[in-house]
Write a protein that binds this ligand. Structure first.
Ligand code: ZN
Length: 247
């Protein structure tokens, strides 16, 4: 199956937080979308690998994904090795995505930074015929970086106004990651992680709101591309920017 968009995250829930609204929107437009988590999240502070796999599947359903998969790279040890590159090259060739979403290369979590480097490199390497895997060479048209903890000056912002509520539901699918004082045994749960902070969902919404405001809509998600963007018709391309309807 060829995907239109394949989003990679180091861990289950990374993609939802960084570009979940865009994936929801694209699926709604009829595009085939997929998500690959490089790890199973077995070293996460909360939950277990089994619980995270169930939550990952639930979130995939909420986002309307055509495909989702967890690879077996060890959590906390996402390293830039040839072995890991071959795993990712093999997935890119199997799913032939037109666009790949990758984590931004500057992050606090080393898994995220290494995932960024791996995915970008593999999008190139997957197109080299002399690197032999079971499937034929294929190179995506574009690698697009998604925002995590650290901000960047966006190359473009996607209007996710109609998809934002569903994005938040996809994030809520990771119930084990949230702090729930009412949950049995909550007092003995591990300490606060950033996603477990009570205000976490508010912060996600505030960020989406802020990027939305930059393009004159209610909610937006920011993306970065390294190469210049080819434009054939600047009038059509920039059209929507002039319809300023601040909510
Ligand atoms: Zn992560």
């Amino acid at each position: 199956m060829s995907l239109d968009v394949l989003a990679f995250g180091a861990h289950a829930d990374d993609v939802e937080l960084s570009c979940g609204g865009t994936l929801v929107k694209l699926a709604g437009m009829g595009h085939k979308t997929g998500v690959i988590a490089l790890t199973r999240g077995e070293t996460g502070t909360r939950g277990s690998a089994e619980i995270r796999a169930l939550e990952f599947a639930r979130s995939a359903e909420v986002m309307g994904l055509a495909f989702h998969k967890m690879l077996d790279i060890p959590d906390g040890r996402v390293e830039v090795t040839w072995e890991n590159k071959l795993k990712i090259i093999s997935e890119i060739r199997a799913h032939r995505p037109r666009i790949v979403f990758a984590p931004h290369g500057i992050d606090r979590h080393p898994d995220h930074e290494n995932a960024s480097q791996l995915v970008r490199a593999c999008c190139y390497l997957a197109g080299l015929q002399k690197i032999e895997t079971e499937r034929e060479a294929f190179r995506p048209v574009k690698v697009v970086f998604c925002q995590s903890r650290f901000e960047f000056a966006p190359s473009f912002i996607v209007d996710i106004t109609d998809a934002q509520a569903r994005k938040m539901n996809a994030i809520r699918a990771y119930a084990s990651q949230f702090h729930r004082p009412d949950r049995p045994g909550a007092a003995s749960e591990p300490g606060e992680t950033s996603i477990a902070r009570p205000e976490f969902l508010e912060l996600i919404e505030a960020r989406d709101r802020r990027y939305g405001a930059q393009i004159g809509v209610r909610y937006g998600e920011a993306f970065l591309v390294r190469e210049a963007i080819r434009v054939d018709d600047p009038v059509a391309f920039f059209g929507p920017e002039y319809q300023w309807t601040i909510p």
